[in-house]
Design a protein around this ligand. Structure first.
Ligand code: SF4
Length: 61
């Protein structure tokens, strides 16, 4: 599974990094994906982070 953050949509709230720091990290006010691809052990928390994103900026493929 690969995670993506839409940089034009992300508001830099930090929620995804708080929930799943293994995959998401804020960089200059925007979340970036630091684990590519997302490992099996982090998939559930990465999806939880996506569900918690207030602007739905996180998607998966
Ligand atoms: S939760 Fe959404 S808006 Fe907040 S930093 Fe992460 S991707 Fe950006």
């Amino acid at each position: 599974m690969k995670a993506f953050v839409d940089q034009d949509v992300c508001i830099g709230c930090g929620q995804c990094e708080m929930i799943c720091p293994a995959v998401f990290k804020l960089n200059e006010g925007k979340s970036t994906v630091i684990q590519k691809p997302v490992t099996a052990e982090n998939e559930a928390t990465a999806e939880e982070a996506a569900d918690s994103c207030p602007v739905a900026a996180i998607t998966f493929s």
